[in-house]
Design a protein. Sequence first.
Length: 236
Amino acid sequence: MENQEVDPLGTTLKRAFERAPGLQPRPEFIAGLTTLRPLPTAVSRTPRFRATRWLTIAATFLLVGIGGYWSFEARLSADPLREAAIGDHRYCALGLTTNGKEATGITSLAEAVSRYEPGFRVLEDEPGDEIPTSDGPARVLNRHSCVFGGRRFAHIILDYRHTSVSLIVTRGAATRWSIHRIAAHEMTTARWNDLTVMSIRTAGYAVFVVGGLPASELSPLAGALSADLRRVLPKE
């Protein structure tokens, strides 16, 4: 009798409650519990939270990058000298309208040399009437001087690969905008709508080669012109 374990009062009461019919949960309550999702623990929330955070950071960098690209494109489109060269090519070489703007002050190169820009003198003979390139020759069709966008240019129109290409030269340092650099000839190139624009850097002049060809097809001509013009254009 002394070694027999006596059931504690608490245990007896617990069993009585568990067996009482009136205290049993309703069947619909039990069924409802099965449809509930368990709350995520702190451990399960952490990876999801970190993933969301890194996705947010990545999206932020992407937006910043896109914004920087748009800003870069805006700077390209806002370059007045380059836009003037493009407009001059479209008007003089292609005979196209340029949003109401026209080339003015059109003269021969000889007159422009005597009245406006002595440095254009070398362009009366250079480049030669036929320019050899690795993709076939280019031929000079016309040499003149004109004003477009408030800037006086020497404008030489060439036939190259059965299309009109402009060599446009003006006083002043070449612009530094660049999408792609052709290191061998220190040129930069950009695409503007349907035109490729290449800039040849010289000491005293901004030189543009403008045409409807892709850069890969226009670069042999630009390279040949670069070699001539860097040699003959005044350095001051």
